[in-house]
Design a protein around this ligand. Structure first.
Ligand code: HEC
Ligand code: HEC
Length: 163
């Protein structure tokens, strides 16, 4: 027991294998996070982009990937601070690239996301139920709760990823 605890302290990332276990909504999430950032798509775990990328997203909400997601300045600052405080580190997720010129970086365009999804086929990405990789909930049935475990994945054609 003592030895196990020591191992957890020394190797916090080895102790639980999957990053999916660490994507639950941070306990300090302001109410505006779900209300404002979860109204058009599921809220994205802040851990999946680096702080600089979140700043770019939060400072261009009027030009939000072809949409307008503007907020009053007070709410915007609260949400920028929240995303930056909980952002991922560059070593783990890498910087996000843009998919189209002029838009902010995307978490679906980080090295981490691409690596984690390399086994997803082109046909699955193109499925009408998916539309965009940003549509996490099309495959991750518990994405709205911030849970991305493999056993919860159901592909758009209805097959379970893991039994
Ligand atoms: C008015 C609707 C709307 C609101 C509100 C909104 N978004 Fe989005 N968001 C979109 C759309 C549309 C996309 C692009 C989806 C696509 O085409 O892939 C998007 C994409 C994103 C992406 C990139 C996803 C990727 O592909 O990696 C991030 C990050 C993001 N939103 C964060 C936020 C945050 C943070 C908030 C709250 C401050 C927010 N969104 C509020 C509509 C919205
Ligand atoms: C087309 C279906 C699909 C979409 C859309 C999708 N994913 Fe996934 N995701 C998968 C599959 C399948 C795996 C498992 C891949 C494997 O086993 O190698 C996975 C793996 C993951 C994992 C790792 C799970 C683990 O336990 O190792 C995370 C985290 C994740 N996805 C997050 C996201 C997020 C966040 C989004 C949206 C921005 C998203 N995914 C969009 C299908 C999808």
């Amino acid at each position: 027991m003592k030895k196990a605890l020591l191992l957890i302290l020394l190797f916090p990332f080895a102790a639980t294998s999957a990053i999916a276990d660490k994507l639950r909504l941070p306990a300090d999430a302001p109410p505006a996070f779900q209300a404002e950032c979860g109204s058009c798509h599921v809220v994205f775990p802040p851990q999946l982009m680096i702080a600089d990328d979140w700043r770019r997203v939060m400072r261009s909400l009027d030009k939000h990937y072809g949409d307008n997601a503007s907020l009053d300045e007070k709410t915007r600052l609260i949400l920028e601070d929240f995303h930056v405080r909980n952002a991922g580190n560059a070593r783990k997720v890498g910087a996000g690239r843009t998919a189209r010129a002029g838009e902010p970086p995307r978490l679906t365009q980080t090295d981490w996301f691409q690596r984690e999804h390399r086994k997803v086929s082109a046909a699955d990405w193109k499925d009408a139920k998916v539309k965009t990789p940003a549509n996490c909930a099309a495959c991750h049935t518990q994405a709205a709760e911030g849970s991305y475990r493999e056993r919860e994945i159901v592909m758009p054609d209805g097959r379970r990823w893991k039994d």
